[in-house]
Design a protein around this ligand. Structure first.
Ligand SMILES: Cc1ncc(COP(=O)(O)O)c(C=O)c1O
Length: 421
C-alpha cells in the first residue's frame, strides 16, 4: 500500500503543474514532413501541414541529402548502434574521424564527442571542479563563476558537482564588469577559476562577447595559482552564426579554453562535443563519467555530423550560412515594416518578436498555429515581465515565400489579437 502513497504524491505534483498550465508533456507530434517545390519542409501534425519556425535546424542540414547519405553509409558500415561504451569496443573510426574534423573546424588542438551537449557540460564542469582524486574534492580549490542566464545543463552541472556555496558565484547577464568584480573579490581565496557562459543565449538570440570576457579573465589569470579557465557552451551558435559557422568564435575572434557544443541543432545530427588543448581532452577521457560509462552517439549520427562539418568548410556550407544571413535580414525588415518590434536586435536565426503581454502572446501563438505556423511563446519567468515574445527561428531552408507568408500570417494574427491596428 505504501506504493499507492508514492503514486498519489506524483499525481498531486502533476495536478499542480496542470493547474498552473505549465505542463510540458503534452508534446506536439510531428508525423512526418511534406516537401513542396520552393518551400522549406513542412511538419505534418494531425494530418495538416505546418511551416516550422521553431526549429534549431538553422541550415536545414537534417534534411540535406548528403547528410542523410552520410548517416546511411556509416550505419551500413558500422551497424545501427555503437555496441559498447568508447573504452570497451565502442570507438569506431567514424567517431575518431568526426573528432579530428571538429578539431580542424575550430582550429583547436583536440575534440571529443559526447552523447549530448548536456552530458558534455555535466562532464566538463564536474571534472574540472573536482579532479579525479578524493583529495582534490577536499581541497575545494575551485571557484565556478557563471552567467546569470546560463542554460540548464550548466546550472545542473554546477549543482551536481556539489560545491559549497562559497565556491560558486554568478555575474550579471553579459556584464563583464560584474565578472571583474567577482574575480577581484575572490582573489587569493582559490587556486583555480572556471568562468562559464552560454555563447548564443537561446531566449533572445544575444551572444556573449568572448573578446571582452577573455580580456577580463586574462587580466586575473595571474591572481590565481592555476589561472582563470574559460568555458563556453555555444550550442546555438555552431552552424548558425559567423562566416564560417563557428558561432561566437567567428563573431568575436576568440576560441575559449573549452568549447562545448551540440550537433543536434545547426549541424543537423545529434550528440555533443568539447574542444580544447590535448591535455584537457586526455584528462576528460580519463575522468568524465558521462563519457566513460555511457554510450557515444550511434555511427549513423556520427556519419551525418561528419558530412555537415566537412560541408561547412566547403562552398556549399558557406552558401547556406550566407543564405541564413540573408533570410534573417529579409525577415527582420518585413516584420518591422509590418509594425512589429523586436525584444533585442539579434543577428542570429533566433528572432524575438516583442509582444510584451503573456495573454496576447499566447493568443497570437495559437492564432499562428491555427493558420499553419508553429512558433514558440516565451514568457515570464523565462524572460523578464513585459518582454513576452514570440520566438521565431529562421533557417537557411526557408524560402522568401515562406518568410513572406510568415509575416503575412503574423500580421493577420497581430490584428486579430489587437496588437496591430
Ligand atoms: C546552451 C545549450 N546547451 C546545451 C543544450 C543541450 O543540447 P543537447 O540536446 O545536445 O543536450 C542546449 C539545448 O537546448 C542549449 O541551448
Amino acid at each position: 500500500m505504501t506504493k499507492a502513497n508514492f503514486y498519489r504524491t506524483l499525481q498531486a505534483e502533476i495536478d499542480r503543474i496542470d493547474n498552473a498550465k505549465t505542463a510540458k508533456r503534452h508534446e506536439r507530434i510531428i508525423e512526418g514532413f511534406r516537401k513542396e517545390e520552393g518551400r522549406a519542409p513542412k511538419g505534418i501534425v494531425q494530418g495538416k501541414s505546418y511551416m516550422i519556425f521553431n526549429s534549431n535546424d538553422y541550415l536545414g542540414l537534417r534534411h540535406h541529402p548528403k547528410v542523410k547519405a552520410g548517416e546511411q553509409e556509416a550505419s551500413e558500415k558500422y551497424g545501427a548502434g555503437p555496441g559498447a561504451v568508447r573504452f570497451i569496443s565502442g570507438t569506431l573510426k567514424v567517431h575518431v574521424d568526426l573528432e579530428k574534423e571538429i578539431a580542424r573546424f575550430h582550429d583547436a588542438e583536440a575534440a571529443m564527442v559526447f552523447s549530448s551537449s548536456f552530458a558534455a557540460n555535466m562532464a566538463v564542469i564536474h571534472c574540472f571542479i573536482k579532479g579525479q582524486s578524493r583529495d582534490s574534492v577536499v581541497e575545494n580549490n575551485t571557484l565556478v563563476v557563471s552567467d546569470a542566464l546560463n542554460h540548464r545543463s550548466i546550472i545542473d552541472g554546477i549543482r551536481v558537482a556539489g560545491l559549497p556555496k562559497e565556491n560558486k558565484a554568478i555575474f550579471k547577464h553579459l556584464d563583464y564588469d560584474d565578472l571583474k568584480r567577482v574575480l577581484e573579490e575572490h582573489k587569493g581565496k582559490f587556486k583555480r577559476v572556471l568562468v562559464i557562459t552560454d555563447g548564443v543565449f537561446s531566449m533572445l538570440g544575444e551572444y556573449a562577447d568572448l573578446a571582452e570576457m577573455k580580456k577580463v579573465c586574462d587580466s586575473y589569470d595571474d591572481a590565481y595559482e592555476e589561472g582563470v579557465i574559460t568555458i563556453v557552451d555555444d550550442a546555438h551558435g555552431i552552424a548558425a552564426m559567423g562566416d564560417r559557422g563557428r558561432g561566437c568564435q567567428d563573431v568575436t575572434g576568440v576560441l575559449p579554453d573549452l568549447l562545448v557544443a551540440t550537433m543536434g541543432k545547426g549541424i543537423g545530427s545529434d550528440g555533443g562535443y568539447v574542444t580544447g588543448r590535448q591535455v584537457m581532452i586526455d584528462y576528460l577521457r580519463e575522468s568524465a563519467a558521462t563519457y566513460i560509462y555511457s554510450n557515444s552517439i550511434a555511427p549513423g549520427t556520427a556519419g551525418a555530423a561528419l558530412v555537415s562539418f566537412r560541408m561547412l568548410q566547403e562552398e556549399e556550407g558557406k552558401a547556406l550560412l550566407a543564405k541564413l544571413k540573408d533570410n534573417i535580414t529579409y525577415f527582420r525588415k518585413k516584420a518591422k515594416d509590418a509594425g512589429f518590434r523586436f525584444a533585442v536586435d539579434s543577428i542570429h536565426g533566433i528572432q524575438p518578436v516583442l509582444i510584451g503581454d503573456p495573454v496576447k502572446t499566447n493568443e497570437l501563438t495559437r492564432a499562428l498555429f491555427d493558420d499553419g505556423i508553429i512558433a514558440t511563446q516565451i514568457s515570464y519567468p523565462v524572460v523578464p515581465k513585459g518582454k513576452d515574445e514570440i520566438r521565431i527561428q529562421i533557417s537557411a531552408a526557408h524560402t522568401q515565400k515562406d518568410l513572406d507568408e510568415c509575416v503575412e500570417k503574423m500580421t493577420a494574427a497581430g490584428k486579430k489579437v489587437g496588437l496591430l491596428s
